[in-house]
Design a protein around this ligand. Structure first.
Ligand code: ASP
Length: 435
């Protein structure tokens, strides 16, 4: 019998997780059973993925940069990568703004629903606001200052500091290029081997993906807010999802136009990473799988993927920026505010920066949204309005964040002449090897 492809297994795991939880909530003891006995397996799965994010970035970037052999090709690729990332983010925010201005979801939300939401979620929203406040209390060059860690072990001790680890790895890689080849050979070999080991760890973890997502989805269902709230925020959620869907169309067009690869090839190649992004809500946790898919299945040479993807997971969040634009305008509409064209342009700029600054972990986009609201003079209390549906939207925007990174890596690879035939012939080839 032909074996089921990995994406089907993951999808079945998700569906069974949801069905199982829907069945369990019928019993009084059901939700507690899921929290106590099922959820931990989901947490273990995410932790295992996160566990390898920092070592992966370190190994992949040192290898990627030192493979380049000269500084000029590094700076050329670096510049291209950053420019393309910023361009796709600006397009994402613009799509978000266009959709929310046309659909006007904030207009349909009733006065008493608004009060109810603010009462129910005011406390949670306040916590996000305080998180954001901590970041805001700093000077204009704080982000630059934060880029350079004062201690690499300290930096590597938190997944939130991925940019600092990236900085160290690129710096290390550059120095490795600059020393005489025979002196650097052992170090380079070490990182090449280290990288291989980490990739094998990804394969092994992915074998448990269908069970991991089962647990994650089951836990999510029992923790979900009431269906009434979902309905009240339906139009807003619709706008975010519509905008995100348009982004997928945009990516597909870009891939087809610039690389000639078909939508089917692209979507098949990246699907497991997308499903994982959806279930974990974290681009950082998904990064190991994104790297594997892009390299083995989309034909991007490792030299490019190991440079472009870790940076993308940290700074390129098209889904997040689109969501921030929609959320900001939705809250403004709900409070009856009119936003001028100038303010909307400002939202494009602030949402782009806010998404760059968002950590690649669940819920980070909402913390950074506070900055966008603050800029546009939209009441921060409005965060309470969107809280109830944030998790499902976080899952969707993370899918787009990851898809955007994969798209840009293909475009950059093409422009560097580093887009070849995928190494894997079948869809889940790589995962079979470990069997
Ligand atoms: N969860 C998103 C990510 O990791 C960030 C966010 O929008 O909250 O990509």
């Amino acid at each position: 019998m032909k074996k089921l492809a990995l994406h089907w297994k993951i999808l079945i795991g998700m569906a069974l997780g949801i069905l199982f939880a829907l069945g369990m909530v019928q019993f009084d003891w059901g939700p507690k059973f899921i929290s106590d006995w099922i959820k931990p397996f989901g947490t273990i799965f995410i932790n295992a993925l996160k566990l390898i994010a920092i070592p992966l970035i370190l190994a992949a970037l040192v290898k990627g940069v030192s493979d380049l052999r000269d500084i000029s090709s590094l700076s050329k690729m670096g510049l291209r990568t950053i420019m393309t990332y910023i361009a796709t983010t600006v397009i994402a925010v613009s799509i978000g703004l266009a959709v929310v201005s046309m659909v006007k979801p904030g207009g349909t939300i009733a006065e008493d629903t608004r009060t109810e939401l603010i009462e129910a979620y005011g406390g949670d929203a306040e916590m996000k606001r305080q998180d954001a406040q901590k970041q805001k209390d700093s000077g204009p060059l704080q982000a630059l200052e934060d880029l350079v860690p004062s201690n690499i072990f300290d930096a590597a001790s938190s997944n939130r500091n991925m940019l600092q680890v990236i900085f160290f790895a690129v710096f290390f890689g550059i120095a490795l290029i600059l020393i005489p080849e025979e002196k650097g050979a052992t170090v380079k070999k070490f990182f090449d081997g280290f990288n291989e080991v980490i990739l094998k760890m990804v394969d092994l973890i992915m074998l448990s993906a269908p069970y991991g997502v089962f647990a994650l989805m089951a836990a999510l269902v029992v923790e979900a807010p009431s269906a009434d709230l979902f309905a009240a925020l339906g139009m807003y959620a619709f706008c975010v999802v519509l905008g995100l869907a348009l982004m997928v169309v945009f990516y597909i067009i870009m891939v087809k136009t610039f690389t000639g690869k078909s939508p089917k090839f692209f979507m098949n190649g990246i699907a497991p990473a997308q499903l994982l992004a959806f279930s974990t809500s974290s681009s950082a946790a998904t990064l190991p799988v994104t790297m594997e898919r892009v390299t083995e299945h989309l034909g991007v040479e490792e030299e490019v993927s190991s440079f472009v993807l870790p940076i993308g997971a940290t700074i390129n969040m098209d889904g997040t920026s689109l969501y921030q634009a929609v959320a900001a305008v939705f809250i403004a509409q709900a409070f009856g505010m009119d936003l001028t064209f100038g303010t909307q342009l400002g939202i494009i700029a602030t949402a782009t920066l806010a998404s760059i600054g968002s950590a690649a972990v669940p819920g980070a986009g909402m913390v950074m949204l506070v900055g966008v609201l603050g800029y546009a003079g939209i009441p921060e209390a409005g965060l309470a309005l969107i809280f109830a549906v944030d998790r499902p939207l976080d899952m969707c925007r993370t899918v787009i964040n990851v898809t955007g990174d994969a798209t840009v890596s293909m475009l950059v690879a093409k422009s560097q002449d580093k887009l070849g035939k995928p190494k894997a012939k079948n869809w889940d080839d790589h995962y079979d090897e470990v069997k």
